[in-house]
Design a protein around this ligand. Structure first.
Ligand code: BLG
Length: 463
């Protein structure tokens, strides 16, 4: 009988034959959620790169809690890989085999600003604490309870990390435990949550295959993760999803969260209506407005530039703005000016760099930006790439360089920060706001991805 001597295909062979990689994850901002462009999230993007690398489609499935996730992974007809911010532990090693690490996270105790702040494990006793059921944080608390029998906590499978943070933010519970990356991403929604202290050492997140699985897929995963580490893919993802607290600082991140709730709703309709007129994403205009004035219509810079979108007198005149302090006019003028200078950029500059160049020109002027492009050419750098031109811009404030340029001295460092900050605000705004639907100009549509109402279908259609 021929069949008897044919070996069972390995998991990797099966994946390649089927042309589909079935991955189980969790629906949360730090893993997988839906935004304006459809499916997104740190785990999603990384695992999508991996599926592309294998040349197969990705099929995402979601589990409601971690116990369910490991159960599904163990089933013969189940998903073959788990990518869900998992940390290996002795208990889990019986259920799964873990990959090389891709992200280091620290468990953090979270409290509400203004309430008593515990600074060590002992301080958890007597507090109302909730964590995710089956999480590594629940394991940590179980371990601590041996030392502090008075410690009480609730494990819930009815909530997600965002719910836990909201409960702390609103004062329904005193404390929770989340990983540093989850806090980094969610800080912008919850202005009152703060880190009390790190509970234990940093730990590595890893993907997992079922314990009983052969090693074919795991080996492939490991090779891929090593490659993503070396070629910068991982770093780029980390920076996009978790880097904004590093860039803005904790104070900046919660200040932004506060302003998002208190200030943006007043101007959202203007951003949307002029974005529609100028055919630009309203959230990019809002990000410019935040960088310029923190959404304050009456500010004036040391150099006399004024208003929500910080127009110079000359720009205001050219754009037909009679009162720079009128937020509506300022947004209208800013939007129009931004699109005008963008349209005037050289055709050789492609998106997304084109947007970053236009932002730089908004801040430093098109002439100075052109000077920086010329310096880039002289240095054999690419004058059409933002990464290269931004290295040249700071030279415009050094005499040895600016005296060789057409337009001379400029505060060249400013547009570099300007663009970096706006990109950061724009990223955050795209996570926390709904896309603008055709013809719709609605106010106050802030939302938090990962909460149940946004839950995507259990089985996503193949892409
Ligand atoms: C920009 C103008 C550009 C102008 C450049 O200055 O203002 N942009 C706007 O008005 C929207 O038009 O280019 S030029 O016309 O080609 O010369 C250069 O002059 C504004 C910048 C200046 C900046 N903020 C928008 O980003 C600013 O105020 N910097 C000073 C900050 S402080 O006073 O040191 O705090």
């Amino acid at each position: 009988m021929l069949g008897a001597c044919v070996e069972k295909p390995s998991t990797l062979e099966r994946v390649k034959e089927d042309g589909v990689l079935r991955v189980i994850t969790r629906n949360s901002p730090a893993t997988y959620f839906q935004d304006r462009n459809g499916e997104t999230g740190f785990e999603y993007e990384l695992v999508k790169h991996f599926a592309d690398d294998l040349g197969v489609k990705l099929q995402i499935e979601t589990a409601d809690n971690l116990d369910e996730l490991f159960d599904a992974l163990g089933k013969p007809s189940g998903p073959v890989l788990a990518a869900a911010g998992l940390v290996s532990s002795e208990r889990r090693n019986a259920q799964a085999k873990f990959s090389h690490p891709y992200l280091e996270v620290t468990p953090q105790v979270i409290y509400r600003n203004g309430r008593p702040r515990p600074t060590e494990a002992k301080g958890l006793v007597g507090k109302k604490i909730m964590v995710l059921k089956g999480s590594s944080h629940a394991d940590q608390l179980a371990e601590l309870k041996k030392r502090y029998p008075g410690l009480q906590y609730e494990e819930s499978d009815a909530v997600e990390v965002v719910d836990l943070l909201r409960m702390v933010d609103e004062g329904q519970i005193d404390l929770t435990l989340v990983d540093s990356n989850e806090l980094a991403m969610n800080q912008v929604y919850f202005p009152n949550v703060r880190v009390a202290f790190d509970l234990g050492d940093a730990r590595d997140q890893r993907w997992a295959v079922a314990a009983g699985d052969d090693n074919s897929l795991l080996n492939e995963v490991n090779e891929y993760l090593d490659k993503a580490q070396k070629n910068g893919t991982l770093q780029r993802l980390k920076d996009r999803y978790y880097g904004h607290v590093d860039v803005l600082g904790y104070v900046g991140a919660y200040t932004f969260a506060q302003h998002l709730q208190q200030r943006l709703p007043k101007y959202e309709k203007h951003f949307k209506s002029y974005a529609k007129v100028e055919q630009v994403d309203w959230r990019l205009l809002a990000a410019i407005g935040y960088q310029e004035s923190m959404w304050q219509p009456e500010v004036t810079s040391k150099t006399g530039v004024r208003g929500l979108m910080m127009l110079t007198q000359r720009t205001a005149q050219a754009m037909g703005v009679s009162n720079r302090l009128d937020p509506k006019q300022s947004i209208q003028g800013g939007a129009k000016y931004f699109m005008k200078i963008k349209a005037e950029l050289a055709d050789s500059i492609q998106e997304p760099d084109r947007t970053w160049f236009a932002l730089a020109a908004y801040n430093v002027g098109s002439g100075h930006l052109e000077d920086a492009r010329t310096l880039a050419k002289r240095e054999k750098l690419n004058p059409n790439k933002w990464l290269d031109v931004k290295k040249m811009l700071p030279r415009l404030s050094q005499k040895q360089w600016y005296r060789q340029t057409k337009y001379g001295y400029a505060r060249g460092g400013e547009p570099v920060h300007f663009v970096a900050n706006i990109r950061r605000y724009y990223d955050i705004l795209t996570w926390v706001t709904q896309p603008q639907l055709e013809g719709q100009v609605a106010e106050g549509n802030l939302h938090v991805p990962g909460v149940n109402k946004d839950k995507p279908a259990e089985q996503s259609p193949p892409m």
